[in-house]
Design a binder for this molecule. Structure first.
Ligand code: PDD
Length: 283
């Protein structure tokens, strides 16, 4: 049984319980984070921490998560993942436990902090080289998708739509624009130019997205952060999703139509190789 962290204690997962009055359970009133760790080393933790702080402040949950870095590292150790090529730590902070009422609790309650660690199995390179397929899904999420809240029903339904269609991923479409995936960001490549939806309230500011943009600059690709219509997406030479548990994931077909020649392209491949090098070459 794995060891998890709940409200200051390390416990066996089958001994971790939360109240049915937890506002995360009743209202989806909380935030989450997923941070990867390459051979036990947390990847860009400072940026995950900054995103946590921003989310907590927007939701007005009074908790400073700075001390949780240690908990991340210890959870990896407790679960024998400190040498794993790729592992991750999930964190969730809710407003806490209080009698059900839409307003915040009248007297402050302690937020609930829950964390667990898991192993990520990167697909074999041969499988990655086949590329992945996606379907478009109309984006019906709320207007603060820049916050990593635990209210993920449209993402869940979107991801399920990909399963129902027998494909791997989705491309959320908002006002005719291809904006991001259900749990990752989305990039298109036109020649040597990398294009992705700009940061706004419409998408999550992905840490992997940011790293990919930096790597693209280093590799000498032009980068454009602008919206792209679905029609233009179909004219792209390459496309890929990016995310903590997606890394750089080539997308070779959307809605049954090939992107480019329907094969993983050189720009995606060079970005993935640069990403592997950046994460310690653990590919
Ligand atoms: N998802 N967009 C959405 C909607 C996401 O949920 C995520 C992350 C991303 C990529 O962000 P990052 O590169 O910081 O992981 C983009 C996490 C991994 C999840 O829900 O499991």
């Amino acid at each position: 049984m794995s060891t998890v962290y709940l409200n200051g204690e390390y416990v066996s997962k089958d001994q971790a319980f939360i109240s049915v009055d937890d506002r995360g359970f009743l209202f989806g009133d909380g935030i989450y984070e997923v941070t990867s760790a390459y051979r036990g080393k947390l990847f860009r933790f400072d940026r995950h921490l900054a995103r946590m702080k921003r989310g907590l402040s927007a939701l007005r949950i009074d908790l400073d998560p700075s001390g949780l870095e240690e908990v991340h590292t210890r959870l990896l150790k407790e679960n024998g993942l400190e040498d794993a090529p790729v592992a991750y730590v999930y964190l969730q902070i809710t407003r806490g436990v209080a009698k059900r009422s839409h307003r915040f609790p009248a007297s402050p309650v302690a937020p609930t902090v829950y964390m667990f660690a898991g192993q990520y199995t990167r697909p074999a390179r041969e499988q990655w080289e086949q590329g992945y397929k996606a379907v478009t899904v109309n984006d019906v999420r709320w207007a603060r998708r820049d916050l990593k809240t635990i209210q993920l029903l449209p993402n869940v339904l979107g991801a399920q739509a990909s399963g129902d269609h027998g494909v791997d991923e989705i491309v959320f479409v908002q006002d005719g624009m291809a904006i991001e995936g259900s749990h990752n960001n989305f990039f298109m490549v036109f020649g040597e130019t990398l294009v992705t939806h700009p940061l706004s309230n419409q998408i999550l500011p992905g840490i992997t997205r940011e790293v990919v943009l930096e790597l693209a600059g280093t590799l000498g690709y032009e980068v454009q952060e602008r919206s792209v219509t679905v029609e233009e997406m179909f004219a792209a030479d390459e496309a890929f999703h990016s995310g903590t548990l997606s890394e750089v994931k080539p997308c070779v077909e959307v809605d049954g139509r090939a992107i480019g020649d329907g094969r993983v392209g050189p720009v995606t491949r060079s970005l993935f190789d640069a990403f592997l090098a950046e994460t310690g070459g653990t590919g």
